[in-house]
Design a binder for this molecule. Sequence first.
Ligand SMILES: [Fe+2]
Length: 403
Amino acid sequence: MVLSITMIKKISSKQLIKGMYIHELDCSWMKHPFARNQFKITEIDDIKKIQTAGIKSLKIDTSKGLDIPVDNQKSPKEITSNHQTNKGTSPPSNNLTKIRKEAKQIKGHAEQAISNIMADVKLGQQVEMEQVTPVVDKMAESVLNNQNALLGLSRIRNMDTYTFEHSVNIGVLMMSFTKSRGMPTEVIHEVGVGGLLHDIGKALTPTEILNKAGKLTDEEFVIMRKHVVDSRIILEKTPGISQNALDVAALHHEKFDGSGYPDGKKGDEISIIGQMSAIVDVYDALTADRCYHKGQDPSIVLKRMLSWTGSHFNPQLMHEFIQCVGIYPPATLVMLSNSYLAVVIENNLNLLLPRVIAILNTKTNETIEPKLVDLSKQDKLKVISSESEHKWNIEPQKYLDLV
Ligand SMILES: [Fe+2]
């Protein structure tokens, strides 16, 4: 069954941001400066045009574009959809809002930093650690306080900014992974730097190869693979870089059985940090939406990766990684035993019983007001399966923002 959930929200034109999808401008088509009534805001200029046309309010479709940032959200009760709404349930608590809002800002700053650094490298300039360290400090603070906040954000994807988002995600995942393995804070910082900069060599990869929609030819693949060596060379010249950061960049495409690149290193020839980086790189790449394929759901990716342990990955580290991100990582869509569809918010010690937010009764096809449920504190409810967000046409991230 495929459900299409329309989320139409009336907002002020002052709340407009790039990436929102305009469903309806509150004025006649003749009076506004656009060729169509429904479109995505891709330029800041579009926002200016709407505001200078005197349009005070409009409707956005949050299933096709960005929603109002979390700090401007009013309450979960405002969600509208084409499903019938059951008003008998209570909204979730609000205690994580501040942490999530901060995490979003940190992610935004980190992506901006990577974007700036890559632009510098393209111009032949050196990486300046001063641009990286403050961002990593903030990321470390967030990961050490509540790693789920940044981990949950890793599900937001924009194809245009894939390389920056992937870099930030590798930083966050590496920091969470080292933290959950009990490694020292210094190492957590170092792998954060390594994650952010691991694909810096892609600044030198021709854009047409980097963004090619179809499969790469053998020659193109050789050029693409060169980014690892370029990353290492660039970082080796960076004053203040640590060996752990270098290892993330230089070893993230090596495989446990020696079938990786650039050096075909094998087993213990790859440092533990290098082996960890290979796991997080594949996990993030397979869960991401790309122009040529839809990202897969995290729990499916983890299952596939488990089947490759021993060949691609160190089996022990792969199991530890699952302990770190959870069997149902934050922002996974799951089916509960009472036939409610829910979004995972946070993992509990028992990875099979996370905290979730129930959103849809699949028996009656009614959306409910989002309701927070801690499965570890319930006797009867459990997760039956993970569900495809594409199949249900639901963006779990939106519900994470409500908590
Ligand atoms: Fe890479």
